[in-house]
Write a protein that binds this ligand. Structure first.
Ligand code: R5P
Length: 293
């Protein structure tokens, strides 16, 4: 298998290739004077299975276009099969038309990825809420990997927790909370989250005693930090001990670090699906293990 590490995953893509003992196909990309993108692979892909790794954060539209062109270039260079690997797959949160006249972004994005003729799609903790299965969107074989077991293992190895409890911000995160709670041999609860706007949420907690307990918040994405900081403020009022946030995709948009740090969160542990200062866990082993025959 050959690996192409797109501009959204230059290091992670190489790390996956190293673990698989695979060749990295280098490519050139630049812009024509009119702003159009140019992509050229520097190796032959004849007869090979080619994995294009692209994490679509920060500038998802740009990176999507690059992905589609890289996949096309691999087909043109003779690849037998092209697999799309998305450590972070963007646009899944707009999975419905919430207001009259809105675009159904998740479907549009999926259609564009599919147009690249990939034979399979692999994603890490894709945001599946109203859509329960990536196959519903992509209608090609898809694999949904989860980084939560590795994040939970990191917490077990690096923190000595007092009477821990795992908290999911919403129903959709309960799958991860249940996984982490079982690894930490404890219980979990699901908070009540109501989204008021792009960067505004209301959160409340019901259930077991929380005071003096260390709390592990789990979520797939931290974007503005609004969700976890609101949770931390609410949890502090309940007299909890340390607050540790486990997140697969730390998007940390401007202001998020400050918002989280000032809300009472003690530690953040994220993966390198989106590289950031909290990327303590790599998803390279998880992806490589899945791709190896
Ligand atoms: C939404 O359902 C996701 O799972 C995350 O909770 C959300 O994307 C976090 O966004 P923010 O950090 O902006 O609150």
């Amino acid at each position: 298998m050959q690996i192409i590490a797109g501009s959204g995953a230059p290091k992670l893509g190489r790390d996956v290739a190293v673990r698989m003992n695979s060749e990295v196909v280098e490519f050139e990309t630049r812009r024509f004077p009119d702003g159009e993108r140019y992509v050229k692979l520097n190796s032959d892909c004849r007869g090979k299975i080619v994995g294009v790794i692209q994490s679509t954060y920060k500038d998802p539209d740009e990176l999507l276009m690059e992905f589609v062109m890289l996949a096309d270039a691999a087909h043109g260079a003779g690849a037998a099969k092209v697999i799309g690997i998305f450590p972070y797959l963007a646009y899944l949160r707009q999975d419905a038309r919430f207001h009259q006249g809105e675009a159904l972004s998740s479907r549009v994005f999926a259609r564009m990825i599919k147009s690249s003729d990939i034979s399979k799609l692999v994603a890490v903790d894709p945001h599946l809420h109203r859509i329960h299965d990536l196959n519903q969107l992509f209608r090609i074989p898809t694999t949904n990997l989860s980084a939560m077991p590795d994040l939970a293992a990191y917490v077990s190895q690096h923190f000595k927790l007092t009477d821990p409890i795992v908290v999911a911000p919403d129903e959709e995160a309960s799958q991860w909370a249940s996984q982490v709670a079982s690894q930490l041999k404890t219980e979990y609860i699901i908070a009540k989250k109501v989204r008021l706007g792009d960067a505004s949420v209301e959160i409340s907690f019901e259930g077991p005693r929380m005071n003096h307990r260390d709390v592990v918040i789990v979520d797939d994405i931290v974007s503005t930090g609004g969700t976890v900081s609101k949770m931390a403020v609410g949890l502090r009022k309940l007299g909890v001990g340390r607050i540790i946030v486990l997140v697969t995709h730390g998007l940390f948009t401007p202001g998020a670090y400050h918002r989280i740090r000032t809300s009472g969160v003690d530690e953040v542990v994220a993966t390198d699906s989106v590289p950031n200062e909290y990327s303590f866990v790599s998803v390279a082993p998880l992806i490589a293990k899945n791709l190896l025959p």
